[in-house]
Design a protein around this ligand. Structure first.
Ligand code: TYD
Ligand code: MG
Length: 453
């Protein structure tokens, strides 16, 4: 039994204990009463059950980490989001609302991986083998060998996987798989947790990269919320609006790569196709001289895309004015309305306000404040902005336009798509010079409005 010394300080008057020396006791308020005291601390004996681990050196651990194999999917938008493919002993949770395309994307991954002469096992607790076979037939002209298993008991799934030893495993979905050893209902919190833990152990032990699919509810909350996120290595979120064709794949957690990258897809009759030129696709169909429409260069990971922010106002007929935002947090809209009211004297008090990011894209970046404000003013004044103008900048509570990150990248994206004028924050760092782009730096939201309308 090993013993170790622990030092603490004790007040000789009242017995108050402190981890460090203090001049005055906080209990009896006497001065200079603390004395050093050493204690024997029992740290127990080394446990001889299991393996006793020895510490490793960082640089050696790093070498081993970079040597770990990854399985690429040939779907470059997905591989980029993952940081170069699925690591062989990683468990990835793919979440999204029902009907968004999780099963489609994972089947595409299965087909691509199998195409590289790798064995793939796809387990579905939701769909029958023939349903999946029919979809696979639609998605791929080639017919690579993917094994399909329709099973919902995790013990059976994992023992089949143990026998088959696939190179890649997909399980659809965590809410429809249950453990025979657990008494609670399928899809319940404790079932979801048990199932995920079993899969995690299996993945790590057998070094089989695994995708586990999970449904989220409409608000984007994970069903059986954050519990799963911390169990797995990577959380991939497939989002978009099932009424639109665009889909964005993000990571909210990535143990083995950046969590910033996004992949952009379009749902077609041949599954999810990568969107090579997202800006063009997002701006496709934009009306010329549209009232309440402003282009904003959003930053997602290492890239910038142009998105259209739209605003519409109408007179409130009765009751409280409505505020509706899609693709933008409602709190941000309220803030921008308050800034416009206070610093530009534009009143939305008896107006219903609707804002939208076209294409079902979700934006949550402070740099969208200025374009959002301009879209609202344009809708309020019923005056369009110039067609080839775009804007970016954060608004402060005093109506000031604040500096934003990645300005040059944003400006270049606009210029590349043929836009000619941009409104940006005025500040030393924003001294950019980009060919064929007229740059208008502004200090305040009022200055921006006066400049444009
Ligand atoms: P699915 O992958 O089943 O969604 P999830 O697993 O997230 O619930 O996708 C279902 C939708 O995708 C459905 O509305 C049909 C559409 N879809 C296509 O548009 N093209 C296709 O090639 C496939 C397979 C599905
Ligand atoms: Mg599905």
């Amino acid at each position: 039994m090993k013993k170790k010394q622990k030092i603490s300080w004790v007040c000789v008057k009242c017995g108050n204990i402190s981890p460090k020396w203090v001049g005055q006791c906080s209990v009896c308020e006497e001065w200079n009463t603390f004395e050093e005291q050493t204690e024997e601390l029992d740290i127990g004996t080394k446990n001889t059950r299991g393996i006793i681990k020895t510490p490793e050196y960082l640089n050696q651990a790093l070498k081993q980490e970079s040597k770990k194999a990854r399985i690429g999917t040939k779907i470059s938008e997905l591989d980029r989001v993952l940081g170069g493919g699925f690591l062989v002993d990683s468990l990835s949770l793919l979440v999204g609302s029902p009907g968004i395309g999780k099963s489609t994307l994972s089947l595409q991954v299965a087909l691509e991986v199998a195409n590289q002469n790798k064995k793939v096992l796809m387990v579905s607790g939701e769909e029958s083998v023939s349903q999946i076979a029919e979809r696979a037939d639609r998605l791929s002209d080639k017919n690579p060998e993917v094994q399909i298993l329709n099973e919902f008991l995790i013990e059976n799934i994992l023992s089949t996987a143990q026998e088959e030893r696939p190179d890649f495993l997909i399980i659809d979905s965590v809410q429809t798989i249950a453990s025979g050893n657990s008494g609670s209902a399928t899809g319940s919190m404790s079932q979801i947790r048990t199932v995920t833990e079993k899969i995690m152990q299996f993945t790590k032990k057998n070094k089989i990269p695994t995708i586990l699919i999970g449904h989220v509810n409409k608000e984007g909350e994970m069903a059986g919320p954050q519990v799963l996120a911390h169990l797995v290595d990577t959380v991939l979120i497939l989002e978009g609006d099932s009424k639109h064709d665009f889909r964005v794949l993000r990571t909210s957690k990535n143990r083995f790569g950046s969590a910033q990258e996004v992949g952009v897809f379009e749902m077609t009759e041949k599954g999810l196709q990568e969107l090579k030129k997202p800006s063009e696709a997002f701006l496709d169909g934009r009306l010329e001289n549209a009232i309440g429409s402003v282009i904003f260069p959003v930053i997602e990971g290492s890239r910038s895309f142009l998105v259209e922010i739209q605003a519409l106002t109408s007179t409130t007929r009765f009751g409280l004015p409505k505020r509706t935002a899609s693709g933008i947090p409602l709190a941000r809209l309220s803030l921008i309305l308050a800034i416009l009211q206070n610093h530009a004297r534009i009143n939305f008090e008896n107006k219903d306000v609707f804002v939208n990011v076209v294409g079902g894209f979700k934006v949550n970046e402070p740099a969208m404040d200025l374009p959002l404000a301009l879209a609202l003013v344009s809708a309020h004044k019923k005056q369009p902005l110039k067609n080839k103008l775009f804007a970016c900048g954060e608004l402060g509570l005093s109506g000031e336009v604040r500096a934003i990150s990645f300005l040059e990248k944003r400006l270049k994206e606009g210029q590349k798509l043929g836009l000619t004028e941009v409104v940006i924050p005025s500040n030393k760092k924003t001294n950019k010079n980009i060919k064929e782009l007229e740059i208008r730096p502004v200090r305040t939201v009022l200055e921006a409005i006066k400049n444009i309308f």
